[in-house]
Structure formats: structure tokens, C-alpha cells
Design a protein around this ligand. Structure first.
Ligand SMILES: [Zn+2]
Length: 390
């Protein structure tokens, strides 16, 4: 065995054993899932696969059969039928096995999306034997106030109060401005008069028979500035997501002026997923001191190609600006693969730098640790995971 092979193995072992802070994810569904429900959770499409085809014929589908099947006691590449039958047979244990093998020490759980169907942070902490922290969805809080019949004239004050209250138990906020108004929104802070008028119009346009959905740009800008005023850690959905998103309005570069204006606010801006704009996100993370990013969702969905996507995140972005997330929602498989593919991709990218430019093993391990948990612990002011080497 050459020394290079030995040091590569050493770095690989270190990366495999590192705790991970999953700074953006969601709860899992504990109800038994039939094939259609499971397939719906392993794609960002809102539609079933066309007749005679399956969402298992994808990078994520192959990765589930390759890496999750053995965790459930099946051979790699078990058929989707056998996999789902075994999953049902094991019940809650299937999710526990998949979650507990990830080495994730902390979940940052966003509870605003389909919150009544998924495990809450306490439930996730128990299922995964990990710490769980709440991330509050800004737009959801405004919708809660409207549902409660909050008077338009009292909205701003009520929102401030509610946000302060929720932030007592949360580590950050998330905005889905990308989904609701696109990221090409006016970066300026709206005036109180503008906000009051927009809330009034929203209330007037709301009818009891339609689901409540905040899509007013003035109100959403107001919510973002409320989070900036509180120097929150603010997560933004960026890039790839479900069919509800206009991807061409989700480049993080559209946030450039907003980022300039918030640079000295104390707020930290976390660009989520970012694919296929992760190189743009890397640029922003380099030039703005308060900008961080991850490629969470893209790791699972690019499967075998996630090695290259992860390597691309290590181009412009300083290593103290890159975070790990799974963005898993609904099924424990996405946590499992998120962690496994992330560790593998990071290790292979760093090995390639070592081969090309002689990066020492201890430096590779140090960079990996920043991305695995140290950066997230710093941004969200979390205690170091218990499993972390000091
Ligand atoms: Zn998410």
C-alpha cells in the first residue's frame, strides 16, 4: 500500500466518522406508504410517472436500491417491490435504522410545509437519536395571523410579536420568496403605509373557500426585513424545487442588491440547494461576508453524479461558507442518502485535490469538518455535537 493510499484511507475514515449538522431538512411521515405515496416523495414532480414508468428509474431511485436496501437487510439493487414490502414489514424501525446510520447529530427542521403530516422536531429527535432545532417559515407565520382574523391595521405589530415569540424556540427562519414572488423582488424595505395597504388588499382578496397563500411582494419583503432587523439566520429557497417554482427567477444572483443592503445587519443569509446555480452561490459566498450555501437537495437527486456537484461547490466559495444539508422531506431514505453521498463526494473531491496538488491529510480533514458541522455550529450558534473530536 502506498503512503498516498494510506493517507486517503485515513481521511476517508475521519470523514465517515464526523458528525453532521443537517441545517435544513423536514420531518418524515410515519404513516405506512404505498408505492404511489413513496414514489411521490422521491421526486420533485407533482405528478406520478407516466403509465408504465416509475420514479425509481432516476438517480435517487437507483441510490435507494443500492444503499438503503442493505440497511433494511436486502441485497443491493433489490427491486422496488421487494424494497417497499420490506420497508412496510419493518414499520417505524425502517426509518430509525436509516436515520441512525447517518451520523447526523443535529437537524434544523423547517416545520412550515405540510406540518400536520410530518414528525415535529421532538419526534425527529427521538426517531433519529439526535438533537432537533426549529426553523420558522416567515410566510407561514403571516398566513397564521390572517387565518386567525388579525385586523389589517394590527398586522405589523402582531407579526413582530409572533416572530419574537417563535424565535425563542427556533434557530433561524426560512423564506419561500422564490416560490411566491421570484427572487427578482425589489430589495428595498417597504414603508409602513405600503405594508398596511398590501395587508388590507390581501385580506379583502381572501375567501374562505380557497387555501390561504401569501404571494404579495410588499408583505413578503416586509417579513424579510423583520428577520433582518432581528439579525436572524435567514434561509432562502434557491434554484431547484418542485413544479411550483419558476426556476428562471430563482438564481441567487437576483438577490445581489438585497445582500449588499443587509451586509452589516448581523443577519446571516443561507442559500439553500442552489442547483443549478451553485457556482453563482459560490461567488456570492465569497464576496459577501454574511452569505453561506449548500447543495442539499441536489446531492440526493444527482446520485452518482453528486460527486461532481459537490466538487463544484469547492471552487469559488471559501471553505468556511459551505454547509451540509439533506433537505430531506417525508422519507428517511433522503436523510440516509444525503449524508452518505455528501461524505463520499466531499472525500473524493478532497482526494482529487491531494492527488493534483498535494493537499495534506490533516488539512483535508480540517476542511471536511468545517463543512460537515463547524460552519453550521458557528452560523446558528449551536454547541459542538457530542460526537465531535475536539
Ligand atoms: Zn426544504
Amino acid at each position: 500500500m502506498s503512503t498516498d493510499v494510506q493517507t486517503d484511507a485515513l481521511v476517508a475514515a475521519t470523514i465517515d466518522a464526523m458528525p453532521l449538522i443537517d441545517h435544513h431538512c423536514h420531518g418524515i411521515i410515519t404513516e405506512p406508504l404505498d408505492r404511489a405515496a413513496f414514489e411521490d416523495l422521491i421526486t420533485e414532480s407533482d405528478w406520478p410517472a407516466p403509465d408504465g414508468t416509475t420514479h425509481f428509474d432516476t438517480q435517487v431511485g437507483f441510490a435507494i436500491r443500492r444503499y438503503c436496501a442493505p440497511v433494511l437487510g436486502l441485497a443491493p439493487f433489490a427491486s422496488p417491490e421487494d424494497y417497499l414490502a420490506r420497508r412496510r414489514e419493518l414499520g417505524a424501525e425502517a426509518s430509525e435504522r436509516l436515520l441512525r446510520a447517518t451520523g447526523i447529530s443535529d437537524y434544523g427542521i423547517e416545520v412550515g410545509h405540510r406540518g400536520d403530516e410530518i414528525l415535529d422536531p421532538d419526534g425527529m429527535a427521538a426517531a433519529g437519536a439526535a438533537r432537533a432545532h426549529e426553523i420558522v417559515r416567515l410566510e407561514r407565520l403571516a398566513e397564521e395571523l390572517m387565518l386567525e382574523g388579525c385586523e389589517s391595521s394590527a398586522f405589523r405589530e402582531a407579526y413582530d410579536r409572533l416572530l419574537d415569540e417563535r424565535m425563542q424556540g427556533a434557530i433561524g427562519v426560512k423564506s419561500i420568496a422564490a416560490y411566491r414572488i421570484g427572487l427578482d423582488f425589489d430589495p428595498s424595505r417597504p414603508s409602513a403605509t405600503e405594508v398596511d395597504a398590501a395587508v388590507e388588499a390581501w385580506a379583502r382578496g381572501t375567501t374562505a373557500d380557497e387555501p390561504l397563500r401569501l404571494a404579495d411582494p410588499v408583505i413578503i419583503r416586509h417579513l424579510l426585513w423583520a428577520a433582518v432587523d432581528r439579525a436572524c439566520a435567514i434561509q432562502f429557497h434557491i434554484g431547484y424545487g418542485d413544479a411550483d417554482v419558476d426556476l428562471h427567477r430563482c438564481s441567487p444572483l437576483l438577490l445581489t442588491e438585497f445582500l449588499r443592503r443587509t451586509r452589516d445587519s448581523g443577519a446571516r443569509v443561507l442559500l439553500l440547494h442552489c442547483y443549478p446555480f451553485h457556482r453563482e452561490a459560490g461567488y456570492l459566498a465569497q464576496v459577501f461576508p454574511h452569505v453561506y450555501f449548500d447543495v442539499g437537495l441536489a446531492i440526493n437527486y444527482t446520485g452518482s453524479r453528486s460527486v461532481e456537484v459537490i466538487a463544484e461547490t469547492l471552487e469559488l466559495a471559501p471553505f468556511h461558507k459551505i454547509l451540509f444539508s439533506s433537505d430531506a422531506f417525508g422519507v428517511a431514505e433522503l436523510f440516509h442518502l444525503g449524508a452518505l453521498l455528501f461524505r463520499r463526494g466531499l472525500q473524493q473531491a478532497l482526494d482529487a485535490f491531494a492527488e493534483r496538488d498535494g493537499w495534506p491529510a490533516d488539512e483535508r480533514s480540517r476542511v471536511a469538518e468545517l463543512i460537515a458541522w463547524r460552519n453550521a455550529a458557528r452560523v446558528y450558534r449551536l454547541a459542538a455535537p457530542a460526537a465531535a473530536a475536539t
